[in-house]
Ligand binder design. Structure first.
Ligand SMILES: Nc1ncnc2c1ncn2[C@@H]1O[C@H](COP(=O)(O)OP(=O)(O)O)[C@@H](O)[C@H]1O
Ligand SMILES: [Mg+2]
Length: 341
């Protein structure tokens, strides 16, 4: 069910990012692999602390001590360095100068808090024009025209006037719209959105999600969309990766994940999905403690909370297995068929 038959634009292979601290090692991302195709929205979902942000920050090379990317490949298909046919380059092997040609231009990122991306002491004009002239071969007048056009596209009223504003003069929702405008102003192939609406109230959240969907259709940008909210995944994503304790536990098309969830963690998450007649605070949390990340044993991270665990789970780490066509699950088949009895 690929949207098209082309090669992936991004191939993440066995990515491992660890935080090495005096108390021990946190394997925040521990062997993540996935592919992202052109014009595809991949949703990454999982509880807080499951390694979603560290995964995408590793792709953007925004990991700092005590964090370290210790293994893996992040292969990105681009002609930025080959000036001709696009070829796969390993982002993890680029130097800092090469990386600045990728960030913003080819892969850009929207964070939960828009003030992470906006500088409070510069006007929206300064910040937009700086990004556009840095990455695109245009003069300031043309950059301003592009900026106004982008602000208009993200639904900022009277964009020419808003260019003179400082971030504090805008509402939270408008700031996030500006960040999205900046992120898309260089027409990147990939947009990474890390909980972009979590800090906004629900009405504004719905508007921003609608906006992102419209822009995705218009620009055909590939998106990696991170959220802890499965309802948002259902709205936005074509494919879903479910993360738990630094590992991917299930991966598949959005319809398969919702209609036929297989991993016990995905099932637990789906049970927590709010129904229209249930208030958020009434939701049942997943029983048990979140995974211990510090010096975690080499076993399934969901084991302590798992209702279907079997003896084998205490000794071996399950591989990711294609249980159904293009639907991958990290769980032992025996556990799924007769565990918990
Ligand atoms: N700067 C840091 N120092 C130490 N540990 C960190 C740091 N950032 C993240 N971690 C660890 O990595 C884990 C995953 O973090 P993160 O990717 O931010 O989770 P989330 O899925 O909520 O985005 C956290 O549980 C934490 O243990
Ligand atoms: Mg996060």
């Amino acid at each position: 069910m690929e949207k098209n038959g082309t090669d992936p634009i991004l191939k993440v292979q066995d990515l491992r990012t660890y935080f090495k601290m005096a108390e021990g090692t946190v394997k925040a991302v521990d062997g993540i692999s996935f592919e992202l195709h052109p014009n595809e929205v991949l949703g990454i979902v999982g509880e807080t602390g499951s390694g979603k942000s560290v995964t995408v920050k590793s792709i953007m090379r925004l990991i700092y001590p005590p964090g370290e990317i210790v293994d893996g490949k992040v292969l990105f298909k681009t002609d930025e360095f080959s000036k001709g046919d696009p070829e796969y380059i390993d982002i993890l092997k680029l130097n800092e100068e090469e990386m600045t040609r990728i960030r913003g231009r080819h892969i850009s990122m929207v964070f939960q808090d828009p003030m992470t991306s906006l500088n409070p002491i510069f006007t929206i004009r300064d910040q937009m024009i700086e990004t556009i002239t840095f990455h695109r071969n245009v003069d300031e007048a043309e950059a301003e025209r592009i900026a106004i056009d982008m602000l208009d596209k993200v639904g900022i009223p009277d964009p020419r006037k808003r260019l003179n504003d400082y971030p504090f003069q805008l509402s939270g929702g408008q700031r996030q719209r500006v960040v999205i405008a900046i992120a898309l102003s260089c027409n990147p192939e990939i947009l990474i959105a890390d909980e972009p609406t979590t800090a906004l109230d629900v009405t504004i959240q719905a508007q921003i999600l609608e906006l992102m969907k419209d822009l995705q259709r218009e620009f055909r940008t590939s998106i990696i969309f991170i959220t802890h909210d499965l309802a948002i995944i259902a709205e936005m994503a074509d494919k879903v990766m479910v993360m738990y304790g630094g590992k991917a536990v299930e991966f598949g098309n959005v319809i398969d994940i919702f209609e036929n969830p297989i991993h016990p963690y995905t099932n637990a998450l789906l049970k927590c999905l709010p129904r229209v007649d249930v208030k958020i605070r009434d939701l049942e949390p997943i029983p048990g403690q979140p995974p211990v990340m510090l010096n975690a044993p080499p076993l399934c991270p969901f084991l302590p909370r798992c209702p279907i665990r079997i003896e084998r789970c205490e000794k071996e780490y399950p591989e990711m297995v294609e249980m159904e066509e293009k639907h991958y699950v990290r769980c032992f088949k025996e556990a799924l068929s007769d565990g918990g009895e």
